[in-house]
Design a protein around this ligand. Structure first.
Ligand code: SDX
Length: 410
């Protein structure tokens, strides 16, 4: 292939180097064509397969969104019922995987999730069969169907891994999945050991819908890089989980609700926001976004759920009031307005999880339980026209150094 020079549009930081300009953090750099999701960062809009996130949030379930993202269209009644049946039939884990989760009961659940996904993949015959076909250079309809089957299994199994870890970490026996409950109701049933309140189920389901895909954030890019080497799909997801663990990506909802608890009083929110505007001041978790330069539409949607939830179950630690105080201070402060910093998807969700009694450590695993469908959808789409990711670095060190034997070195 002959060399060509391309121009790249970016609003990000560009590092000048002897080899040419480097877009720091690949900000705005295009890496694939997709029809899975689109973001209008300036207008604060998000679409899944062309459907507005507001319409999906109001009218869909997570299962329906899983079908939409994987198959490219909204399911009819039979297609949705068939998908629900397949997901319910795949919620169980290999016994060896359960022992991996149990052995990591004292570790943070994100470590257990990474390890258990890799372990489950080691025993999944479909996963090994697809990996063999990819290795042999085959990706025809049979392999595509197998990839979709594995993607559905991953969607079905992550909630079981997360719930089992919670049970083991509290010295409790796991609660087996129930095929008669929806994806979100079954997760809460396995987690707490009792059938959940409908509003709690709605909260989880809405959270899963809102986090299902978001174009190419760090964890999805990680999935693409691993998938492009033709590694197996479970290893793709284990790697993406590792990327999501970072506080600049996943995990901000845990940090946000901890900051609300630390403030403890709505009257103190202005001081916290002011402190965040000073050089070296604290970053407000749940605020700011690399792409959104407007209010994150997902945050707007979830805020209404928090209002309903705290209206029904109360707001004893004033978390909604504190978060609202921060929101109003951010929206009216020139520091944030100048930098186009607004609440993002992580600003509100931790409040509901906290009041539901879900421990902080499980907030990012919930994010992974949702985004697993976006990660797999993007890799399957990329495999249609696969190419290994292999960027370069600009070397600025010396060459051809004289080798000095060890005993001659000072
Ligand atoms: C997710 O990409 C995705 O799609 C991710 C995600 C998804 O669905 O997959 O949407 C999920 O990751 C949401 C983001 C969750 N993370 C947080 O809420 C952590 C807090 N946010 C920030 O750390 C930050 O806003 C980032 C990391 C999200 C984005 O940062 P950028 O684009 O790298 O911006 P930057 O660090 O260059 O900051 C630009 C300016 C700086 O000030 P100046 O140097 O110009 O004076 O804005 C300031 C920053 O100091 N700034 C903040 C701030 N975020 C940026 N100041 C105070 N509080 C903040 N939260």
């Amino acid at each position: 292939m002959s060399e060509q020079t391309v121009s790249i549009r970016t609003t990000g930081k560009v590092i000048q180097s002897p080899c040419g300009p480097i877009v720091h953090g690949l900000e705005d750099v295009l890496v694939k064509i997709t029809s899975i999701s689109d973001i209008d960062g300036r207008a604060g809009k998000l679409w899944y397969r062309g459907y507005r996130i507001e319409d999906l949030a109001e009218n869909s379930t997570y299962e329906e969104v899983v079908y939409l993202l994987l198959y490219g269209k909204l399911p009819n009644v039979k297609e949705l019922e068939d998908l629900k049946r397949r997901l319910a039939a795949n919620r169980d884990l290999n016994p060896a995987t359960i022992e991996v989760v149990r052995s990591l009961a004292k570790a943070h659940p994100m470590f257990a999730l990474e390890a258990a996904v890799a372990a489950e993949g080691a025993f999944d015959e479909d996963n090994l069969k697809l990996a063999e076909a990819l290795r042999a250079g085959r990706y025809k309809q049979e392999e595509k169907d197998l990839a979709l089957k594995i993607a559905e299994k991953l969607v079905a199994k992550l909630p079981t891994i997360v719930a089992y870890h919670y049970r083991f970490s509290r010295g409790l026996e796991p609660v087996r999945p129930r095929a008669d409950l929806s994806h979100s109701a079954n997760f809460l049933y396995m987690f707490f050991g009792k059938e959940p309140d409908p509003l709690a189920t709605r909260a989880i389901d809405l959270y899963l819908i809102l986090h299902a895909d978001h174009e190419i954030p760090a964890s999805t890019f990680t999935a693409l890089v691993i998938g492009a080497t033709l590694s197996d799909l479970y290893s793709v997801i284990a790697g993406a989980i590792g990327a999501l663990k970072g506080p600049l990506h996943g995990g901000a909802n845990e940090a946000a609700v901890k900051s609300y608890l630390e403030i403890g009083d709505p009257a103190k929110t202005k001081d916290l926001v002011e402190a965040a505007t000073k050089p070296g001041g604290p970053r407000l978790m749940g605020v700011g976004h690399r792409v959104y330069k407007a209010y994150d539409p997902r945050a707007k949607i979830f805020k209404k759920l928090v209002e309903d939830y705290t209206a029904k179950f109360g707001d004893p630690q004033k978390l909604y009031a504190i978060a609202s105080g921060i929101e109003q201070a951010v929206l009216s402060h020139e520091y944030f307005q100048q930098r186009k910093l607004y609440p993002n998807v992580d600003f509100w969700s931790g409040i509901v999880f906290y009041y539901m009694g879900i421990p902080y450590d499980y907030f990012t695993p919930l994010f992974a339980m949702s985004r697993v469908v976006g990660w797999t959808a993007h890799v399957l789409e990329y495999w249609e026209n696969n190419r290994l990711f292999r960027p370069r670095a600009c070397y600025v060190g010396p060459h051809d150094q004289q080798y000095i034997p060890l005993n001659s070195r000072t």
